[in-house]
Design a protein around this ligand. Structure first.
Ligand SMILES: NC(=O)c1ccc[n+]([C@@H]2O[C@H](COP(=O)([O-])OP(=O)(O)OC[C@H]3O[C@@H](n4cnc5c(N)ncnc54)[C@H](OP(=O)(O)O)[C@@H]3O)[C@@H](O)[C@H]2O)c1
Length: 239
């Protein structure tokens, strides 16, 4: 790996994680992409130059070990993008289990990994967390835990800005609506897609490639003036 800017992307088995990793690598940066199951990572990523894939688990001890390992390799992190997120929990799960299943990837992961990795990031480095329109609207479906986890992610970013003051690491959030072409969207029936499209300003849902440039911009020095902010990437969904 060269000494060009290094970016960490969490959750690269599809969707935004895959899209952001490829965009950064194509722009000539180095990327370390994390996946809980490296066998699920698409060949577009595996075959890409400048992307190294490492396996992850969501645990404080894992983050500490991994951080020490990267530091040991002399790698300086210019940016982190957290694309881990899930609405998956068994339908018969107890409230305790639902809370754990949803909070762990959507909230514990960005909270703990960011606090552990930020101190070893380069000065003026940038963190981008991913929220959801559900943080703003709440939800009328089963996934109320997802909605309030994402609302907490938005607040987490604002608090992190204070915590990271000494390191001058920025932290911002993007807030997408339902995105076509993601793992989540593969579960949507044509009827659900039609319903969602009726709420989209131009009648079509956004795709991964519509969101990726916003994330790349937030990682870049061009966005130095943007900190502790949620960028709504919903394309006026629901207005
Ligand atoms: N897709 C949408 O419509 C939409 C809308 C608004 C916001 N978002 C948010 O956007 C972000 C990126 O999502 P995406 O749509 O690009 O979805 P995606 O393709 O499903 O990516 C989510 C990633 O999170 C990983 N992940 C989930 N649970 C995990 C766990 N317990 N441990 C480790 N990794 C875990 C997944 O790994 P596996 O492949 O192994 O499951 C996957 O790599 C997420 O925060 C999501 O909540 C998505």
């Amino acid at each position: 790996m060269s000494n060009r800017s290094l970016y960490i992307v969490w959750g690269v088995t599809g969707g935004l994680g895959e899209g952001v990793s490829l965009a950064l690598a194509n722009a000539g940066h180095d990327v370390i992409g994390y996946a809980r199951d490296v066998n699920k990572v698409n060949s577009s990523i595996l075959d890409a130059e400048h992307i190294e894939i490492r396996s992850m688990v969501i645990s404080e001890s894992f983050y500490r070990q991994e951080c020490a390992y990267l530091e040991g390799r002399g790698l300086t992190i210019a940016g982190i993008v957290d694309c881990v997120g899930s609405t998956q929990t068994p339908s018969d799960a107890t409230l305790t289990q639902r809370f754990k299943d949803i909070m762990t990837p959507n909230l514990f992961h960005p909270y703990a990994s960011t606090l552990i990795f930020a101190p070893v990031m380069a000065e003026n480095a940038s963190i981008v967390l991913v929220s959801s329109i559900r943080a703003l609207t709440g939800t009328d479906n089963q996934n109320i835990e997802y909605a309030f986890a994402k609302a907490a992610v938005e607040n987490l970013a604002r608090s992190l800005v204070h915590h990271l003051k000494a390191t001058k690491v920025r932290c911002n959030v993007v807030r997408p609506t339902p995105i076509l072409g993601t793992q989540m969207s593969r579960a949507w029936s044509p009827q659900i897609i039609e319903e969602l499209e009726s709420k989209a300003l131009y009648g079509t849902l956004l795709r991964v490639d519509d969101i990726v440039p916003v994330v790349v911009f937030l990682l870049s020095p061009s966005s130095l003036a943007i900190n502790g902010t949620v960028i709504d990437t919903s394309g006026s969904f629901g207005l």
